[in-house]
Ligand binder design. Structure first.
Ligand code: FCB
Length: 425
């Protein structure tokens, strides 16, 4: 089977058009407009103006020669207040986008939830509320009704771990809650929403169904840090994989009353693929103070070059985690797609990004050579975009965006990726 080359984006990070086509507010609209939340005081109101400029962006994708484009649907474009029938103008935008992609021979890969919950649902408890899982499945059904005839691959959730942690445990992301382990019900409700959405998609004859998880190899700093590393590994890597693959939850203190009869079966519905997002490993040591609220402490990974985000560049970490997934889950592991891999660097001539991507694609090849079934690789991201709490200060694109003029300029890495795809045919 041919390997799939792609790029990834997310709605709130590129679309703009925040008040157009009847779109309702999401938690990111509300959060980014609060003073002090975003590094450069910016919002996604306009972002890359992809809402209007998508034909140009699809041309840029066609120029790359990618097989597939992973993008997300803004839930509040489809259901402005999170419930009820589909908003026709919102559906129309994605309808046109999907058709434009198919006209260029690019397969649409649709992420249903990339963190932009309708604010009306957050007002009712967001993912702390069990009801949100059912609202998500309803929404998934509306999108499948509208696009299911043309979409071959569906991703239910993007990085539920990051959304739970930064959104509900530590508060750097929307909705800005700081509940620490009190955020664990968000894990269960997202996973339940995933399982219910899988059933909804299957009932509508959907093609491949998957979820995109963030993974990070966890490295204990010293000999005395193994227990702390195991605790963090359970949280980051196992909490959102064990139950999907039929093992139930790792022991993390999730209140058992949150998990109702039948939920674990719903969550363990068979998947056609597992989406893996990888950026870097995590170094962990035991907490330095006895009264620490967490059983681990995260410290910088030493000894590697870093990106403009300060993230360590460790291509072998991707090989390690792909090998871990295969060793740990064996036959239960579906084929893998690397659904995000990329780095922040400034500049249109970006040899560092070329080195980064070359190293990470090499790591995928090494994992495949050792028997891991990897079917695709998606670069994060097509365009420079709104990088959440960092605003526009971190540039992840293969294509540079001048946010004053919205002029797009392909970077050195764009030409490199295009040539790599061409050469692999
Ligand atoms: C991932 C997110 C994606 C982007 C990259 C840099 O965690 O899924 O939206 O922000 O990080």
């Amino acid at each position: 089977m041919a390997f799939t080359w792609g790029v990834s984006t997310a709605a709130y990070q590129i679309e703009g058009g925040a008040a157009e086509g009847g779109r309702g507010p999401s938690i990111w609209d509300v959060f980014s407009h609060e003073p002090g939340r975003i590094a450069d005081g910016s919002t996604g109101d306009v972002a890359c103006d992809h809402f209007h400029r998508y034909p140009e962006d699809v041309d840029l994708m066609a120029g790359l020669g990618i097989d597939a484009y992973r993008f997300s649907i803004a839930w509040p474009r489809i259901q402005p207040d999170g419930t009820g029938p589909a908003n026709a103008a919102g559906v129309d935008f994605y309808d046109r986008l999907v058709d434009a992609l198919l006209a260029k021979g690019i397969d649409p890969v649709v992420t249903l939830f990339h963190w932009d919950l309708p604010q009306a649902l957050e007002d009712k408890g967001g993912w702390l509320s069990r009801d949100t899982a059912f609202r998500f499945a309803d929404y998934a059904g509306l999108v499948a009704d509208a696009l299911g005839d043309r979409v071959r691959m569906w991703i239910t959730l993007n990085e539920p771990f990051i959304h739970m942690t930064l959104g509900y445990a530590t508060g750097e992301h929307a909705p800005g809650q700081t509940l620490l382990f009190g955020a664990l019900p968000v894990a269960h409700h997202q996973l339940l929403g995933h399982g219910l959405a899988v059933a909804t998609l299957r009932a509508r004859g959907a093609g491949a169904v998957t979820i995109a998880n963030n993974y990070s190899p966890v490295w204990p700093v010293g000999d005395g840090d193994a227990e702390a590393a195991a605790a963090y590994h359970a949280l980051h890597n196992r909490l959102f994989t064990d139950p999907l693959l039929g093992r139930g939850y790792p022991e993390l203190g999730l209140d058992p009353s949150v998990v109702r009869d039948g939920d674990l079966d719903t969550i363990a519905a068979p998947l056609d693929a597992l989406g893996v997002n990888y950026y870097n490993p995590t170094s962990v040591r035991a907490p330095s103070t006895p009264d620490s609220p967490l059983p681990f402490e995260i410290v910088p990974v030493e000894g590697y070059p870093t990106t403009a985000f300060g993230w360590p560049v460790v291509p072998d970490g991707l090989r390690q985690l792909l090998a871990w997934l295969k060793d740990e889950y064996g036959e239960a592991l579906p084929p893998i797609h690397v659904t995000e891999s990329g780095c922040a660097y400034d500049g249109i001539d970006d040899p560092e990004r070329v080195t980064y991507l070359d190293g990470h694609i090499g790591a995928v090849r090494a994992a495949m050579a050792s028997g891991v079934d990897v079917r695709g690789y998606f670069v994060w991201s097509l365009l420079d975009n709104f990088e959440w709490a960092e605003g526009y200060t971190k540039r992840f694109g293969l294509v540079h965006v001048d946010y004053e003029t919205q002029v797009r300029t392909p970077k050195t890495s764009y030409a490199w990726y295009r040539d790599l795809i061409r050469a692999s045919r």
